[in-house]
Structure formats: C-alpha cells, structure tokens
Ligand binder design. Structure first.
Ligand SMILES: Cc1cc2nc3c(=O)[nH]c(=O)nc-3n(C[C@H](O)[C@H](O)[C@H](O)COP(=O)(O)OP(=O)(O)OC[C@H]3O[C@@H](n4cnc5c(N)ncnc54)[C@H](O)[C@@H]3O)c2cc1C
Length: 298
C-alpha cells in the first residue's frame, strides 16, 4: 500500500493536515490510535468559534467533514515504526501491514506526567489543569491553588484577576526570593488532593506530622511533557531543549520529507511549545503545506 503523505495523529494538528491535503486532492492516510492529550476534558476553551465545545464533538465533526474528500482515508490504527529507505518512508502498522509514503506529517502529540501527588491524576483536565487560558475562567471568583514554587510567580500573575484568592502549595520547595507580589503560601508537604464540595480538598502535613486541609475551587500544576510516540527517535530528528521536535516556519523537521505540527513540535523562536487546539490546527496546516510542496512533482 502506498500514499503520497502519511499523517500520524488524529488530534487537531493531524485532522487539519488531512483537510488541507484533501483540498488539494493529494492522497493521504491519517492514522489515529485514539489517545488524545485532552481526553479527560469535558469542554475545551479559548478556541474561537468552539469555546466550550466538547473535544470529542470537535474531532467527530472534523472527521465527518473529512469524509467529503475522497483522497483522504482514516485508519484507526497505531503506527509502530517509521523508517526511510531510499527517499521513501515505510510505516509499520500495528495490524501487521506496511504503508509507504513520499512524505510524513507527525502529529502524535505529547503525554503529561503530573507531580507525584496522590489524587492529581483523578482530577486532571477537570479540577486540576495546567493552562489558565483553558481552565481559568471556569474557576473565576474562587480560591485557586497553584502547586509548586517554580511556576508560582508566573501562574499567580496570570490568575490574579480571575481568582478571588490565590494560594501556593510549595510542597517544601524554595520560593524565588525576589518575588514581591506573592500571595498566600503554604509550605507544608502536599499529602494528597481529592474532589470535595464541588472543588478540591488539599491535605497538607507539617514537619511534626500534624495534618490540615485547605479547600480550593481548582488547582494549577506544571506537567512534564514527553513525546507520545517513538518516531522522533526512530528518524533521528533534532529536538529543542523542551524535548519537542524542532521545526521551521514550514513545519520542516531536520529530516527532509518529515514534517511535524501540534504539541509534539515547536519553532525554536518560541520559548516553549504553544500547546493549544488552535495552534495545533494551524501547525497542522503549515506542516501539510510543506508536505504537499515535496510531493507536487510526483
Ligand atoms: C488537561 C488539558 C486540557 C486542555 N484544554 C485545552 C483547552 O481548553 N483549549 C485548548 O486550546 N487546548 C487545550 N489543551 C491542549 C490541547 O489538548 C492540545 O494542544 C491539542 O490537543 C494538541 O493537538 P495535537 O493534534 O498536537 O495532539 P493530540 O490532540 O494529543 O492528538 C495526538 C494524536 O496522535 C495519535 N497518536 C499518537 N501516537 C500514535 C501512533 N503511534 N499511531 C497512531 N496514532 C498515534 C493519538 O491517538 C491522537 O490521535 C488541553 C490539554 C490538556 C492536557
């Protein structure tokens, strides 16, 4: 089996890439193994025209609209490896088949590892989040908690107008000394968090073992992001210090014929991946344009 462009990933980046390729009537196969970064989120925000739309509805509509383009097909399969042989890419798929392609768009996203506090995972994407643009407004007027000293100055500045009160749970980490506008800080060990009374109950422990509770409407944390698929490594792609794939303004990676867009990649000019639905879709479109340019002469 052969296609012009293989797209790996069916989140906003991969779906937009597929749409752009379909509109030029080039062949593409999109692979999606159903593991989306925002899988635990009931409503996404800060997406123009889709503020509050459930992410699964967004993806379902994109898939429905893609069905109008005969040259694009979607396979609900995991790609296990990508290898380049004489300028053609060979994708090994989990069902045992192989697909070859002239170009590849990687849109496999990232995985989040949360701070090791019991209970955070259960509330992730609901009462625990990492992005004030995505989740801040829904917590407005409440007492909002920030987990970790390193993110506290920036995060508290971002949330200052949204929260009625802010509290930093530093979990014993040292706070920056030159931080003037600091809100309430609780330095005790963070024992656990749990859903309680419409918000989050935080259990803390002092060095002498005495425990206490704090109640907040929601918590902000900093996850550690890692590539969710092995293709950057398999293809020997250059990475940024963030661990994301280095791309240029056209979504080109360090290997000709391989393009990347979405959370897994970013331009070195950005200090970090600008990880959002809109940015991922835009990057998917750019990566698709780059990939189309490489197959135009075929
Ligand atoms: C808790 C949380 C809340 C968020 N809320 C918002 C919000 O409100 N607004 C907003 O704009 N952004 C939000 N985001 C960010 C947003 O989810 C991401 O920026 C966006 O999903 C990135 O899109 P993507 O296409 O790069 O990756 P993803 O959406 O993660 O899609 C990755 C795709 O790759 C596929 N894949 C991975 N490996 C393979 C493989 N080997 N074979 C086949 N397929 C594979 C997956 O199955 C999936 O289809 C949130 C993120 C989190 C974690």
């Amino acid at each position: 089996m052969h296609t012009d462009i293989a797209i790996i990933g069916g989140g906003p980046a991969g779906l937009q890439a597929a749409l752009s390729i379909g509109r030029i009537h080039r062949d593409a196969v999109l692979f999606d193994d159903g593991r989306y970064r925002n899988a635990t989120v009931s409503h996404m925000h800060n997406v123009v025209g889709n503020d509050g739309t459930p992410p699964d509805e967004f993806r379902a509509l994109a898939r429905k609209q893609l069905a109008a383009y005969d040259t694009v097909s979607v396979r609900e399969e995991r790609v296990e490896s990508v290898e380049e042989v004489d300028g053609t890419f060979h994708l090994r798929v989990a069902d045992g088949t192989t697909l070859t392609a002239y170009a590849v768009v990687l849109a496999t996203g990232v995985r989040d590892a949360l701070p090791a506090v019991p209970g955070l995972e259960d509330l992730w994407g609901d009462l625990v989040a990492h992005c004030p643009f995505c989740h801040g407004h829904e917590l407005s007027g409440g007492r909002i908690g920030i987990v970790g000293a390193a993110i506290a100055p920036h995060m508290s500045a971002m949330l200052r107008r949204i929260a009625s009160e802010l509290v930093v749970f530093s979990d014993g980490e040292p706070l920056p000394e030159d931080w003037d506008a600091r809100p309430e800080v609780r330095t005790e060990r963070l024992v656990s968090v749990e859903r309680h009374d419409g918000g989050v109950r935080v259990t803390l422990e002092r060095p002498d073992g005495e425990r206490s509770h704090d109640q907040v409407s929601g918590l902000f944390v900093k996850p550690t992001m890692t590539q969710s698929a092995p293709f950057a490594e398999q293809l020997g792609l250059a990475l940024n210090p963030s661990g994301c794939i280095r791309v240029d303004e056209f979504g080109r990676t360090s290997r000709p014929g391989v393009f990347a867009g979405g959370d897994l990649a970013h331009l070195p000019a950005y200090p970090m991946p600008m990880a959002s639905v809109t940015m991922a879709a835009a990057a998917g479109q750019v990566a698709a344009s780059g990939a189309i340019m490489t197959v135009l002469s075929r």
